[in-house]
Design a protein around this ligand. Structure first.
Ligand code: PLP
Length: 494
């Protein structure tokens, strides 16, 4: 058994190279020299320097030995341009972030103005006006009873923060053993050790064990892969929620602090849930005094067709994590919303939460977030999603005439297309086939056809779309045409 396990881990490291890497010495800084000397440089020099010095995130570097990287140089509206002059539709809002679209002058102006007024102050013992204004403004859009905000620089930090607050809260309330977190299979909640422990993707975690102990996984709401087992989605929702109760009872309610859920789960491909699920989760959390944390890192700020997906699905979270589109991706910022109840024990005597980040609530990020919310209000971005989402869905559902399309699911401007070998039986691809299909063909084929999106197999293979909230029916047709062309070609290659 132990032998098998270590073999699995070695598999993740990749094949051992027989040849030692070229040299430990640093490669030439030729791009820097060209910049310093005012010499012209272009794609060729950027390519070489990127390959020599950049460490890309979540990215295989081996293909760059024989092919170029894609270097994105410009963004405007819902388009991106690369260093070779190609234009593509940004079908993923960068990384679920650029909800207001690229290139807003007023965001740049807000940043410049703030830099000249107050360029930096942390939120450690001293406050600053933009953080105060932003907290109130954010709360004006928030689900009921959320009243306090802890700023971070991103989603994962807010995931960590919520867990730390939960642990300390229960210690202060005389329940020191309530420390564990329940989360869902295949869910992604970030990469730092705590957030990764809450993440439900085994392959992402294996290399970093031992992780933070005391996290437990329960089923997600993958209806497409469960519908043959239940009469209705409502019944399935209640079944899935009841697994949380089961986990709480198994662990002991006095040991469980929180349950984390994305209202629409990204990894695995846009799993929505029937309202019965969230209603039952709320009941269970209330019954066992477990904090209900909605991770809206992706679904926040209009993506679902409401400002927050919690509002769309009648979720009443105790804590809500947001980031990414809070500044439409133009500045790093995260905001954890909390009910006052979780703050109250921290207001007494010498108690503090010993936790914070140098750049959280950066004045420039807060100023940009305020300007971003002005754009949301003026351009009615959330209304645009609410009005057009059914048309977006219908347009994508046209793809059902392709045999490779098994399921079109999601909500708002956040959809996944699950790819299958057999529409009728829902047979999926083997790991090898999926590898060939996604990394061997689809990702580059979509890009070459003019679409930046994500073909992903952290669960079953899916193509994911999360475009800026500014687009409408004309662009949906464009997306459908590209998807149709590429998926038709993919089917021929199977
Ligand atoms: C649901 C969810 N939680 C947390 C994170 C981590 O956010 P960040 O990369 O800003 O740390 C992400 C990132 O995509 C996410 O989708």
């Amino acid at each position: 058994m132990a032998k098998q396990k270590s073999k699995g881990l070695l598999g993740l490291i990749g094949k051992k190279k027989s040849k030692k890497s070229e040299s430990d010495a640093r490669k030439d800084l030729r791009l820097f020299e060209a910049m310093r000397d005012g010499e012209a440089y272009g794609d060729k020099e950027l390519q070489r320097s990127a390959k020599d010095h950049l460490w890309m995130h979540f990215t295989r570097h081996s293909p760059y030995q024989t092919k170029d990287m894609t270097i994105i140089t410009r963004g405007e509206g819902h388009y991106l341009w690369d260093s070779k002059g190609n234009r593509v539709i940004d079908g993923l809002s960068g990384l679920f972030a650029v909800n207001a679209g690229h290139g807003h002058q007023e965001l740049a102006d807000a940043a410049a103005k703030q830099m000249m007024e107050l360029d930096y102050m942390p939120l450690w013992a001293y406050a600053h006006p933009r953080a105060i204004e932003l907290a109130e403004r954010l709360l004006s859009y928030a689900p009921k009873d959320l009243n306090r905000i802890f700023f971070t620089t991103g989603g994962g930090e807010a995931v960590e923060t919520a867990w730390k607050i939960a642990k300390q809260y229960y210690k202060l309330k005389g329940k020191p053993t309530k420390t564990k977190v329940i989360s869902r299979m295949t869910a992604y909640h970030g990469t730092s050790h705590g957030a990764l422990s809450i993440t439900g993707i085994a392959a992402m975690k294996a290399m970093f064990e031992p992780l933070v102990p005391a996290t437990i996984r329960v089923p997600n709401t993958n209806w497409y892969r469960s519908k043959h087992l239940f009469k209705t989605e409502e019944e399935f929702g209640i079944w899935a929620a009841n697994r949380i109760e089961e986990a709480i009872l198994m662990e002991g309610a006095d040991t469980v602090a929180a349950f984390y859920v994305e209202p629409i789960q990204n990894s695995g491909g846009c799993f929505t849930a029937h309202p019965s699920y969230f209603k039952r989760v709320r009941e269970i959390c209330d019954k066992y005094d477990v904090i209900f944390v909605a991770d809206e890192t992706i679904t926040g700020y209009g993506r679902s067709g409401e400002m927050f997906a919690s509002q769309r699905y009648g979720i009443e979270p105790d804590m809500m994590i947001t980031a990414k589109a809070i500044t439409s991706g133009t500045q790093p910022l995260g905001a954890l919303f909390l009910k006052e109840k979780y703050f109250e024990p921290f207001t007494e005597g010498t108690t503090i939460l010993p936790h914070g980040y140098t750049f959280a609530a950066h004045p420039v990020a807060c100023a940009v977030a305020l300007a971003n919310l002005d754009i949301y209000d003026r351009e009615k971005l959330v209304d645009n999603v609410r009005t057009n989402s059914p048309i977006f869905r219908k347009t994508l559902e046209k793809l059902y005439d392709l045999p490779i399309v098994g399921d079109v699911r999601g909500d708002g401007y956040f959809f996944a297309i699950e790819l299958v070998k057999n529409q009728e039986t829902r047979e999926t691809f083997t790991k090898e086939e999926s590898e060939k299909l996604l990394r061997g063909f689809l990702n580059s084929a979509f890009y070459e056809a003019g679409l930046y999106c994500r073909a992903d197999d952290r669960g079953d293979p899916v193509v994911q779309l999360a475009p800026p909230l500014t687009i409408g029916p004309k662009e949906f047709d464009e997306l459908e045409q590209i998807l149709r062309k590429v998926l038709t070609e993919a089917w021929k290659r199977i």
